[in-house]
Ligand binder design. Structure first.
Ligand code: GRF
Length: 193
């Protein structure tokens, strides 16, 4: 199985995936970020498909095709988003139907979107968590594969709460990706990851 990881942030979830020895063939980033260093340390090739526009003029379709091309160059079969800051267009899901996974720092369907942790905190929930799901063209809405609850503690800030959630993601996401790939191996006629 050949996995392509997409990341934009510090890369701590990516690091957990790599430390779990999942077969990541390439890391694609949309901006200069810590995840690049994580990939380099693990000797995994990095493809920079830099996003230069964040306004309405952003060519999402064209950008998505560039990401798909980068993944195809590395013969990727499963895509794992690990804190990727760009919503990809339909071409991604057409090329990898049901094979794009994501981890989200809230208990979906509550608090979808990029500000999930801040919104959970603002809503005053006592429990939030994380969700590993199959990504679909609709953001944060695909079939749920795994979830785990995380308590919100007195005095939490967005940073402290997000870090507590990420500790769980770093354990839950690699395990769920491994199980998902295992279920595909049988279907694809492969014998290992
Ligand atoms: C994770 O909380 C993930 O759910 C979200 O972005 C975060 C990635 O963090 N989409 P890091 O860059 O891996 O530390």
């Amino acid at each position: 199985m050949r996995i392509g990881a997409l990341a934009s942030g510090t890369g701590s979830v990516l690091e957990a995936i790599l430390e779990d020895d999942l077969p990541v063939s390439v890391v694609v980033v949309d901006r200069p970020c810590g995840a690049e260093k994580v990939a380099e340390r693990a000797k995994v090739p990095v493809e920079r498909v830099l996003r230069t526009r964040f306004d309405r003029g952003f060519d999402r379709g064209g950008y998505t095709r560039e990401v798909v091309d980068a993944l195809e160059r590395h013969r990727v079969e499963v895509v794992v988003m690990a804190g990727y800051g760009t919503v990809l267009g339909r071409a991604m899901h057409e090329r990898y139907p049901g094979r794009v996974l994501n981890t989200h720092p809230a208990l979906l369907p509550s608090f979808p979107g990029w500000h999930a942790v801040a919104e959970a905190l603002a809503a005053g929930v006592k429990v939030t968590g994380c969700t590993v799901h199959v990504a679909t063209p609709e953001v944060d809405a695909g079939p749920i594969l795994a979830q785990e609850a995380v308590p919100v503690l007195e005095g939490d800030t967005e940073e402290t709460l997000h870090e507590r959630i990420k500790q769980v993601e770093r354990r839950l996401y690699p395990r769920t990706v491994r199980e998902f790939c295992g279920s595909l191996d049988g279907r694809d006629g492969h014998e290992g990851t």
